[in-house]
Design a binder for this molecule. Structure first.
Ligand code: SF4
Length: 216
């Protein structure tokens, strides 16, 4: 398919409209420490943020520190996080990540992309979010399911793999917008540009969106 891609000027226009439309857009995972956000991001794979926000307080009430999580009984963690899905691999990743934080990073969640990506269940997307939310560092663009879908539909990229999409977006989106991109795409993806039934008739990007992507 010969997909129409937007030019940089049009991309800036899209981003500006979304920032104006969703001034309140922010991370929708609740956390009170870098460790809690890291665990929330492990739980968030294939799960809604609402469900994760219900489970993390329960988990952290029982296992409040990184040492508690590292020495936890994996089966007990599985039982707590079951509603988040993929609970066996997620429980394993939580315990492993806690151990790595203790052994490799002096019990503190690390603050570089390279170090974060060594944690179990944490890739570039989650690392970008941790860096931005907890350390005020913007190294890239967190590409999740909403950013993947909207980037393609909107003609920002022809790529379909998240790492390649991120590289493409980093070339095309001005760096000053990188920290906003994930939040505004998530908000627009949930409210208007839904996976199955995008509400194109009421979308503020209707006049500029190529609407000829593989998802449409
Ligand atoms: S016009 Fe439709 S496909 Fe394009 S961004 Fe809006 S809702 Fe999504």
């Amino acid at each position: 398919m010969n997909k129409k891609l937007l030019r940089k000027k049009q991309i800036d226009l899209v981003i500006n409209r979304l920032i104006y439309e969703y001034p309140q857009a922010t991370c929708s995972l609740n956390y009170n420490s870098p460790l809690m956000l890291t665990v929330a991001l492990i739980l968030a794979a294939q799960c809604t943020d609402n469900m994760v926000n219900k489970i993390t307080p329960i988990l952290f009430k029982k296992y409040p520190t990184v040492e508690d999580l590292a020495s936890a009984n994996t089966e007990d963690i599985e039982n707590i996080i079951k509603p988040c899905g993929y609970y066996k691999s997620k429980a394993k990743n939580i315990v492993l990540t806690a151990s790595k934080i203790i052994n490799n990073f002096n019990s503190n969640v690390p603050s570089t992309m390279e170090q974060l990506c060594t944690l179990s269940g944490i890739g570039r997307k989650s690392s970008n979010i941790i860096l931005q939310e907890c350390f005020g560092l913007t190294e890239g663009i967190a590409v999740d399911t909403h950013v993947t879908r909207l980037s393609y539909r909107l003609g920002f990229t022809k790529e379909t793999l998240q790492d390649k999409i991120e590289l493409d977006l980093m070339k095309k989106i001005s760096k000053k917008y990188w920290s906003d991109t994930n939040h505004i795409f998530v908000y627009h993806g949930r409210a208007i540009c839904e996976a199955r039934r995008p509400k194109c008739n009421i979308c503020i990007l209707n006049d500029i969106c190529p609407k000829n992507g593989i998802y449409n």
